[in-house]
Design a protein around this ligand. Structure first.
Ligand SMILES: [Mn+2]
Length: 412
């Protein structure tokens, strides 16, 4: 069985108000070419299809168009799409029956909360056991598991931790597959999942991954007979343990995701797994300019930055600037930067200021007990956060307004 594994498309995402639609179209064109070259039996998408649970009409059209075009590349191509934590399970699944006509299987949710059946399963597993066929013959199975809320994993024992519950869930699922009449031992099995595995590359930590729960990869590896785990959720492509892999997002969604992006080609024959990476070229690169400094001393001064920034203005890219400064940037500074970018190809995405480390910063880092922390008023906390962020006291006028707000809120 051969599949192409991708995830975390986040259709409809914007970066500093800039639409990413053209980038998605550019990715889908590359994906179409990769599918034509690799000729997989299936294309699987492990969640986070859309960025928002209520995607715009434009986003939905983009998705429908891409899937229909992909499904028409050749007759035997199966497409399997599961919901991620960003997707609305029911919305994604609404056109499920229509999609079947295109050989596309969409799984938004498991139909949970049926009566407990044999093996402690509380849902109909046939819905998510997808046979993959080549010339009408079953060659493998995709266990198409969408994102499941931590609390919705059937709990076998009351005190099972999250990781244990996920483990027993998949273990039961795999066991149940064996009972399927069409299943044979020589079939390849791929399990999909959309959750965090502990021990992942910390560079991939970002706001999009969400959720604190994580699963221990050794528990996943312990489940017999799953040849490959097609994971979604983490945007940094990486292997986590043997044959457990995050395909990653197709391009950088944020400035924390500046690294090569790709889709994964997985070929399984006689339970031997071969993994190949197909890199995706970004349409519009995401750039830290002139670079991402480690500290105040490392960062360029305002003059250096202004002199250098002209180099990049004619390049099609998203730019986040970095500058060393002793004072918060003034409105004049900000206006000057905006003006530089006006009408240029480069898209301005804000500036990160680096302030010198001072004594009070060190004091701030002192460890406080919970009681000490509780004793700090919201007003004082706000003032100290402002000072830390801007390396200056909050201006009097703002201070007065902030005080007014705090007093008003504290009445309740
Ligand atoms: Mn995601």
């Amino acid at each position: 069985m051969k599949v192409i594994h991708t995830s975390d498309w986040h259709i409809g995402q914007t970066l500093y108000q800039y639409s990413r639609d053209e980038e998605h179209k550019y990715f889908f064109n590359q994906l179409k070419n990769i599918v034509l070259e690799e000729k997989p039996d299936a294309l699987i998408v492990s969640g986070d299809i859309f960025h928002a649970s209520t995607p715009s009409v434009m986003s939905q059209r983009l998705y429908y168009h891409a899937l229909v075009e992909l499904s028409r590349l050749y007759d035997d191509l199966q497409i399997i799409v599961t919901a991620g934590n960003h997707d609305s399970p029911s919305r994604l699944e609404a056109p499920r029956e229509l999609w079947e006509a295109f050989n596309v299987t969409v799984i938004g949710n498991l139909d949970f909360y049926k009566e407990v059946q044999e093996n402690g399963l509380t849902y109909d597993t046939s819905k998510i056991q997808i046979p993959v066929r080549r010339n009408d013959e079953v060659v493998g199975w995709i266990l198409a598991v969408p994102f499941i809320n931590a609390g919705n994993y059937p709990s076998l024992k009351e005190d099972d931790c999250y990781s244990k519950r996920v483990f027993s869930f998949y273990n039961n699922l795999k066991y149940n597959l064996k009972l399927n009449e069409q299943y044979a031992e020589n079939h390849s099995v791929i399990s999909m999942g959309h959750f965090m595995i502990s021990g992942i590359d910390s560079a991939s930590q970002n706001k999009l991954t969400g959720g604190l729960e994580s699963v221990v990869s050794t528990e996943m590896s312990a489940i017999p007979g799953i040849d490959y785990w097609a994971m979604g959720h983490v945007h940094h492509p990486q292997n986590v343990g043997e044959n457990i892999r995050y395909s990653g997002s197709p391009f950088a969604m944020t400035f924390n995701e500046i690294y090569p992006h790709s889709v994964t080609v997985v070929e399984i024959e006689n339970h031997n797994v071969d993994i190949k990476i197909r890199e995706i070229e970004p349409l519009i690169p995401v750039v830290d300019f002139p670079f991402k400094p480690n500290s105040y001393d490392d960062a360029p001064s305002k003059d250096e930055l202004f002199a250098k920034v002209v180099e990049i203005l004619d390049n099609e890219c998203y730019v986040r600037l970095h500058v060393r400064t002793d004072m918060p940037l003034s409105d004049m500074d900000n206006a000057r930067i905006q003006e530089l970018f006006d009408g240029k190809k480069a898209k301005y995405c804000g500036i990160q200021a680096y302030f010198p480390v001072n004594e009070s910063d060190c004091e701030e880092k002192a460890v406080r007990t919970l009681d000490e922390f509780r004793a700090i008023s919201p007003y004082d906390l706000g003032c100290s956060v402002y000072k830390k962020k801007n390396n200056a006291e909050m201006p009097d006028e703002m201070r007065a307004l902030f005080k007014e707000v705090c007093d008003e809120v504290m009445k309740f």
